[in-house]
Design a protein around this ligand. Structure first.
Ligand SMILES: Cc1cc2nc3c(=O)[nH]c(=O)nc-3n(C[C@H](O)[C@H](O)[C@H](O)COP(=O)(O)OP(=O)(O)OC[C@H]3O[C@@H](n4cnc5c(N)ncnc54)[C@H](O)[C@@H]3O)c2cc1C
Length: 379
């Protein structure tokens, strides 16, 4: 058993860290202030090969492995959870299903431009009336001459307000529930598609998310992704990898909050000594360090399992569940260590605290991940 990262992983992490700290950090303030996503980030991350880190080079990727993609998300998450979230959802929920089951033409025309950051892909699953209960979606695709007619609406679609392409989850037979779900690639400029505005949120400012509306949208036969009625299975595969990468983002966010808290505990003095000398503070830091380390270890184990094509439904749910709740706890404690300054906008602690919260909600809430884990335990 060897838990040391490989030389490639160490070098990859150094490259991402440098890029995130030097280039991406400058976007944090404007994103907080304007709640808009700097679209040039997609292009630069694509050019650096990070967006498609774990996809084969012949399909435009960097030919690395899935743990590398998670390293990328962890390091970006340390700087900006908002950027980490929208780029990972673009790659893993929007583009990855195209790589997984797309035709050669779909891969060439849709997947490659996406992981180069030239086209932005949103993934539309959640609807106004349907979130956790994904098999009950109401958006329908009906067969018509030469293609499909799509009707329905989506809610909280990350990258939705500026998407070029939508990986859309629609029902082609509602009587079959999850066995009637199919995936479609819908160009956002198709007549009848409306991209709703950015939805104001608690955190991850700048990670734009909006509604999508489809009014009698006609798409050609070639818009179907993979086989009709298999969409739910494709989606579950995409969701598993997404949960692991989101967990990596949580580790990054928590690490950033912890680093700040440790530094502050050493430099801030009260009662004539650094506050870190008080057990009430030092035990918080000890707990934070322990939880971050445990989450990181497990995230990379599951990322490795994804790479080995092992079944990871349970482990991916565990990674997301533990890492997201860990990030919330760490952000909460790190803010507490900063006292009033943690609550102020002068320090980034209040941002970490707000940003951490979303990870317990999207791509499977904590409750749904517990349902998955319990189900896998035979309960
Ligand atoms: C910022 C943001 C970005 C998002 N990005 C995307 C995206 O890109 N694409 C996309 O498709 N969706 C996206 N979502 C949607 C997100 O995945 C859903 O919000 C999430 O899955 C929960 O669905 P819901 O909000 O409808 O809550 P509901 O499903 O209505 O759940 C409400 C509450 O009930 C609980 N609950 C539901 N069922 C059970 C159960 N069986 N057992 C126990 N508790 C249960 C839930 O855990 C939750 O606490 C995003 C959401 C946000 C806020």
């Amino acid at each position: 058993m060897d838990f040391r990262p490989s030389q490639e992983h160490v070098m990859f992490r150094e490259a991402v860290t440098r890029f995130a700290q030097e280039e991406l950090s400058k976007y944090v303030k404007p994103m907080e202030e304007t709640d808009t996503f700097p679209l040039e980030v997609f292009r630069s991350l694509g050019q650096m090969g990070f967006l498609g880190a774990h996809f084969p080079e012949e399909h435009g990727g960097a030919g690395a492995d899935f743990p590398s993609f998670c390293i990328f998300i962890e390091e970006v998450g340390r700087v900006s959870a908002a950027i980490a979230v929208n780029v990972l959802l673009h790659t893993l929920m929007g583009a990855a299903p195209i790589f997984l089951v797309g035709s050669d033409a779909q891969k060439r025309e849709r997947f490659v431009p996406a992981i180069r950051g030239e086209k932005i892909v949103a993934a539309g699953l959640t609807e106004p009336n349907v979130g956790s209960s994904a098999a009950d979606i109401e958006t329908t695709a009906k067969r018509v001459d030469g293609g499909w007619r799509i009707t329905g609406s989506k809610m909280f679609t990350s990258n939705g307000p500026y998407a070029d392409l939508i990986t859309l989850v629609a029902s082609t037979d509602r009587t079959k529930r999850h066995k009637g779900i199919s995936l479609f690639l819908v160009d956002s400029r198709t007549p009848g598609v409306t991209l709703g505005p950015n939805i104001p949120r608690l955190g991850i400012m700048g990670a734009e998310t909006g509604s999508l509306t489809f009014e009698d949208v006609l798409v050609p036969e070639s818009a179907l992704l993979g086989e009709e009625g298999k969409g739910f299975y494709y989606l579950m595969e995409a969701l598993n990898a997404t949960r692991v990468a989101l967990a990596a983002g949580c580790v990054g966010l928590a690490q950033a909050a912890f680093d700040r808290a440790l530094e502050y505990a050493k430099s801030r003095s009260q009662f004539g000594q650094p506050i870190g000398k008080f057990q009430g503070v030092s035990f918080k830091l000890a707990d934070m360090a322990t939880e971050i380390e445990l989450a990181r270890l497990f995230v990379y184990k599951v990322a490795w399992m994804v790479d080995q094509k092992e079944k990871v439904a349970k482990e991916a749910a565990m990674a997301k569940l533990f890492a997201s709740e860990m990030a919330t706890r760490v952000a909460h404690r790190a803010l507490q260590v900063h006292g009033g300054y943690g609550f102020s906008k002068e320090f980034p602690l209040e941002r970490y605290y707000r940003d951490a919260r979303i990870f317990e909600i999207f791509q499977g809430t904590s409750e749904i991940n517990r349902v998955i884990i319990a189900g896998q335990l035979g309960l």
